[in-house]
Design a protein around this ligand. Structure first.
Ligand code: GRG
Length: 326
């Protein structure tokens, strides 16, 4: 998805994001100038800060919250989640040999794979340290979520270039690589606020459903947005052998698409494959699926209606829904 730092939610909860920015920079400061520069590279480059916003908003869902500043523990929880996200991006860009991230040089492109891996490890270590300072449960949750990210990524790699990839394979992979971290963000925000167990579970469910929709929208945009909007070539996932929901849906009724996919693909074949996915209704199926996940996300917020946190979360689902043409 595009990196629009200016596109952050301008509401009460979103107004707390500058605290997250300051705390992120503080979290990666070290005595080693090179390590500090590498570890802060993508923080400075921007990003939408969706995961910390979800954590802040869930921390502001308690009925007694007055709409003022959220507690520092919630800000630190939000920081720990964004640091895990950042660490995963550093490692992902090494795996994909990506050159650009957040419209800047990727860390691997600027400093090489070895340093990018080490800097990513450092971000994960700082995230773990912060989580452990908040609560044993938060530390355990974040560690389990890092494992989920790895499982989701390996599941994706295992089915690369496979036209036999099923929708179940796809959902399992995006659950691990994306929804698990949004669910953790939501739970951590609520846990850092000492909310009751039912609230933590309901908000965790919101995070999972929102994360599933978020990844499906990201996968749709990979096929429908322009290169300028995405910061990467159109159809990049398909070219890399990552067959996402729109592609899997279109594959069901197109032998021609199946014959084009299954291995590395040239620019002309990629353009034809993309046309087949769009004309074969793959994007429509994926958009309906994302919309269903957003319905579930909204429903999970019923108990928090009227709180400033819920207003931010409803705004997030509405914005994502606005990116779907269904
Ligand atoms: C060691 C934590 C760890 C992970 C290793 C590489 C890997 C396993 C997992 C990759 C997970 C990954 C990169 C999933 C993609 C999730 C995604 C949609 C990223 C883009 O998120 P945005 O659009 O990006 O929120 P910004 O830049 O706005 O933060």
């Amino acid at each position: 998805m595009t990196d629009q730092t200016t596109d952050r939610t301008p509401d009460i909860v979103g107004g707390q994001l500058p605290r997250v920015e300051d705390a992120l920079r503080a979290a990666v400061a070290t005595d080693d100038a090179l390590l500090t520069e590498m570890a802060s590279h993508l923080i400075v480059a921007g990003g939408k800060r969706q995961r910390p916003l979800v954590a802040l908003a869930c921390g502001a869902c308690a009925s007694g919250f007055d709409g003022g500043a959220v507690g520092e523990r919630i800000v630190q929880g939000a920081v720990s989640v964004e640091l895990v996200h950042l660490g995963s991006l550093y490692h992902d860009d090494v795996i994909d040999e990506a050159e650009i991230r957040r419209q800047a040089d990727s860390v691997n492109a600027r400093w090489g794979n070895l340093r990018a891996i080490l800097a990513g490890d450092f971000l994960l270590a700082r995230a773990s340290e912060i989580a452990a300072s908040l609560a044993t449960e938060i530390a355990g949750l974040l560690a389990a979520t890092i494992a989920d990210l790895c499982v989701g990524e390996v599941a994706e790699l295992r089915t690369a270039f496979s036209t036999a990839r099923t929708e179940e394979d796809y959902f399992a992979s995006i659950g691990g690589k994306t929804a698990a971290l949004f669910a953790a963000a939501a739970r951590i925000g609520a846990l850092a606020d000492d909310q009751p167990r039912e609230a933590v579970d309901a908000l965790g469910h919101f995070g999972w459903c929102y994360g599933m929709a978020f990844q499906i929208v990201d996968d749709i945009l990979d096929l429908t947005a322009t290169e300028a909007q995405m910061g990467k070539p159109v159809g990049h996932d398909m070219a890399e052998g990552v067959y996402t929901l729109p592609v899997l849906a279109a594959l069901k009724s197109s032998d021609e698409l199946a014959s084009l996919l299954g291995g590395p693909i040239g620019d002309d074949e990629l353009a034809r494959a993309r046309k087949l996915v769009l004309e074969g209704g793959g994007v429509t199926v994926a958009a309906e699926t994302a919309s269903n996940w957003l319905d579930r996300a909204d429903a999970a917020l019923a108990a928090f209606s009227g709180s400033p946190g819920a207003a931010t979360l409803v705004d997030l689902t509405a914005r994502l829904r606005g990116m779907l043409d269904v």
